[in-house]
Write a protein that binds this ligand. Structure first.
Ligand SMILES: N[C@@H](CCC(=O)N[C@@H](CS)C(=O)NCC(=O)O)C(=O)O
Length: 344
């Protein structure tokens, strides 16, 4: 009898002890602390994908994925240069994050369920809504993906691309020959050498890869988009503070665009009486401090890399060689689906 009476007391002690341990050892604070002590953010990027992550002629990393990391560095240090970029291929990108080689993975990676449910990662948001498409020679005389049966298709191992390709061909009852390679460079070379008839990848990458071919205009991208590829920065699970910082940095860039706050107008924004802008730039509230950084964290990020629209246009939009229309990546107020929860 006495054993039964004691058990609830014993259980309560265990519960209280675990709560105490959880609050006194905040595993959640480890990444930000480590980054601050190290003085640089370790960011995993692609290996040379124009518009997203590539080195310019001065050996400086540029691109939309690169700018997300620069924004996080600016939010933490007030300095977008405090980032160390690690180029990663598709197959090793997630283990690099799992093993702490990088603090954040910002590398044209699709947010999928299994990457969260089985790899112990979490996507902090969507930096670019993409989808998978097909590129082939204009003179192949093909104008719909439904005519691709029997063709050899080049793709990259360890990607959603490889999986969607098999699904699409089997769903449409088309025979498929796949040539799966280790890097985007190898896939493009195989396509250029006519080892495959078709190159498949996220559509944004097809735009980028096409520019590397000797006569870009003789290759077309078919109209079908066969999958959803929401690309965004990923972090390890179990560090809520870090997850929140990466997530809200991305959201602050999107909110800045919605509020008309730009890199060139940030000094006016800091004087703005608009309460939405005040919360964003940190002249009202303690939002930055609650994330573990300075209250003007978002202003620092926008000053460094611009708002989401500026980042988009500079890297992949009208001011870039890719010239990809905003499409789904326009703000929700402008016909797209980019939508950030409020700073409130
Ligand atoms: N978004 C897809 C595909 C990502 C991916 O790695 N795509 C290849 C091309 S199909 C690529 O970008 N490679 C760039 C590189 O190897 O640096 C995913 O997350 O699995």
């Amino acid at each position: 009898m006495s054993g039964f009476k004691k058990r609830p007391v014993f259980l309560s002690i265990i519960v209280l002890l675990s709560l105490f341990l959880a609050s006194s050892h905040p595993a959640r604070a480890q990444t930000l602390k480590a980054v601050m002590e190290r003085g640089t953010l370790n960011c995993g990027v692609g290996q040379g994908l124009l518009g997203f992550s590539s080195m310019d002629d001065k050996n400086v990393w540029t691109g939309l994925d690169v700018d997300i990391c620069r924004a996080v560095a600016a939010a933490i240090f007030g300095d977008p240069a405090k980032v160390t970029f690690t180029p990663l291929d598709a197959a090793t990108r997630f283990s690099a994050l799992q093993s702490n080689k990088v603090d954040v993975l910002s590398r044209n990676s699709t947010w999928t369920m299994s990457r969260e449910s089985s790899l112990g990662l979490m996507f902090a948001g969507v930096a670019y809504y993409d989808g998978q498409g097909f590129l082939l020679r204009r003179d192949a005389g093909v104008d719909t993906a439904l005519q691709l049966g029997g063709k050899t298709v080049c793709t990259q191992t360890g990607t959603t691309t490889e999986l969607n390709l098999a699904d699409y061909f089997s769903a449409n009852d088309m025979p498929l020959k796949v040539l799966a390679l280790g890097t985007a460079e190898e896939s493009l070379k195989a396509y250029d050498d006519r080892k495959c008839d078709v190159l498949t990848s996220d559509v944004s990458q097809l735009y980028a890869e096409r520019l590397k071919l000797s006569a870009p205009d003789s290759h077309i991208i078919l109209p079908e988009v066969i999958s959803k590829e929401p690309l965004g920065p990923a972090v390890r699970q179990g560090d809520d503070q870090w997850f929140n910082l990466v997530k809200w940095t991305l959201y602050s860039l999107i909110n800045a665009e919605e509020l008309g706050v730009k890199s060139t107008t940030i000094d006016d924004a800091v004087k703005s009486p608009n309460p939405n802008i005040k919360r964003l730039v940190g002249t009202e509230g303690e939002f930055g401090a609650q994330l573990g950084v300075a209250n003007d964290w978002a202003a620092r990020a926008v000053r460094a890399v611009g708002n989401y629209g500026e980042i988009y246009e500079r890297n992949v939009g009208t001011q870039s060689k890719l010239s990809i229309p905003r499409g789904l990546n326009a703000l929700w107020t402008q016909g797209g689906i980019q939508y950030a929860p409020p700073v409130r």
